[in-house]
Design a protein around this ligand. Structure first.
Ligand code: RIB
Length: 291
């Protein structure tokens, strides 16, 4: 099996549920406050680990309690933490999440994530071999992420970009991306499938929330449905999709099969609260009874 190398963000998620989104100046009673490990990079690493990948995570945390908890969580999932740097005098990344009717709104404080350096990426890529999978997102500085994509491509890795949150500055790095996984709004911000493919990306998997996903390549676009579940919290569903898809590709599966498993895992993750904590294992996905 090929390795899955993930460069990305590590956050502590502070989430609360509310009946609706409050107006400016309004105070509203919420419920179900949770402190959970999150961050798009970290969630994708946990998803890959739960699906049995050999995962190497690269990123930064603060020298604080949240950073410590994130590292412990990775160790529990047998994810290599050797390439996670602890930054002095800065807090671990924080995401404040408001959940209303199963949907989330997120405010980020990047904290240590903003301190990711090219040398961190060089270090993790020192373990990489041709054909390994490189997966990244956009919660760190775009230039470091772009550097990672370029170096990974140079080393012959298969590069996957989850362009979340969307940032048009990433377009100049599309030449180093083999597969991109946006959601619909990210796809629109980045100019749509034609523009992305013209910039050099061979394949696009667009996630469509409860409507499934689409695969676009040089032959055209095919739409696939997802399974229907009772949605409690969608936080981390896109990350579950990316981490599982990367793992299945590392296992030698073709893209269609990989996306099928990724979609199932993402749907099931929506049936529980939280991000990393809601990600199902391979066994849970295989055993899941569809209503
Ligand atoms: O994609 C979900 C993640 O986005 C959350 O875990 C939060 O940390 C933000 O990064």
């Amino acid at each position: 099996m090929k390795k899955v190398i993930i460069v990305g963000s590590l956050n502590m998620d502070l989430s609360i549920q509310a009946p609706y989104c409050p107006q400016a100046g309004e105070t509203l009673s919420g419920s179900g406050f949770l402190t959970n490990c999150g961050g798009k990079g970290a969630n994708q690493a946990i998803a890959a680990g739960k699906f049995g990948a050999d995962v190497f995570m690269c990123g930064c945390v603060g020298k604080d309690e949240f950073g410590q908890k994130i590292l412990q969580n990775f160790q529990k999932e047998k994810i290599c933490t050797d390439y996670i740097r602890k930054v002095e005098n800065i807090s671990t990344g924080i995401a404040v999440i408001l959940i209303t009717k199963g949907e989330n709104r997120i405010v980020l404080n990047a904290g240590a994530n903003a301190f990711l350096q090219k040398t961190d990426i060089d270090n993790v890529l020192s373990v990489a071999e041709k054909g390994d999978i490189f997966l990244t997102q956009l919660e760190n500085d775009i230039h470091e992420i772009g550097y990672g994509l370029e170096k990974a491509k140079e080393k012959g890795l298969f590069t996957i970009l989850n362009p979340a949150p969307a940032n048009i500055a990433v377009k100049k790095y599309f030449q180093f991306v083999d597969l991109i996984i946006p959601n619909e709004s990210e796809l629109n911000i980045l100019g749509g499938t034609r523009e992305i493919m013209n910039a050099g990306v061979q394949t696009i998997v667009t996630t469509l929330g409860g409507r499934g996903y689409e695969i676009t390549d040089s032959y055209g676009t095919t739409k696939y449905d997802c399974i229907k579940v009772n949605v409690v919290d969608t936080t981390g569903a896109g990350d579950t999709f990316c981490g599982v898809l990367a793992t299945e590709l590392a296992n030698g599966k073709d893209l269609k099969t990989a996306a099928f498993f990724a979609s199932r895992a993402a749907s099931i993750s929506c049936t529980k609260k939280g991000a990393a904590v809601s990600i199902p294992s391979r066994k849970e996905v295989l055993d899941y009874k569809i209503n």
